[in-house]
Design a protein around this ligand. Structure first.
Ligand SMILES: [Mg+2]
Length: 108
């Protein structure tokens, strides 16, 4: 099964609409970013590790980051799909990329 950006935002809006406080969710996001850092530190030898599946841990922690990013966007009625397209368009010009996301998708 695949999930779209829109579906995930709608789902998280329903999850958090009655009790979600975006500044609290942001604090959770920062915690999760720290957990990503911890996994990368283990992978790269800056932190001790046991016999752990670091790829599985990294995937799970990245999903936690995405969860809170999407939740904050949903509670602020931000259409991430549109922002991703527009931001990439601006960045591709600013950083002189050979192709932007829209062109990539159209030529895919
Ligand atoms: Mg986590």
């Amino acid at each position: 099964m695949k999930v779209t950006i829109k579906d995930y935002e709608e789902y998280l809006y329903e999850t958090y609409k009655n009790h979600g406080i975006d500044s609290s969710l942001f604090m959770k996001l920062i915690e999760e970013i720290g957990e990503v850092a911890e996994v990368l530190n283990k992978r790269d030898g800056r932190k001790a590790k046991d016999n752990e599946d670091l790829i599985e841990q990294l995937g799970n922690e990245l999903v936690d980051v995405i969860h809170y990013v999407f939740a904050i966007a949903a509670l602020n009625n931000i259409n991430l799909n549109d922002f991703i397209i527009e931001k990439d368009k601006k960045a591709s010009i600013k950083y002189n990329h050979k192709i932007n996301l829209v062109d990539y998708l159209l030529n895919k």
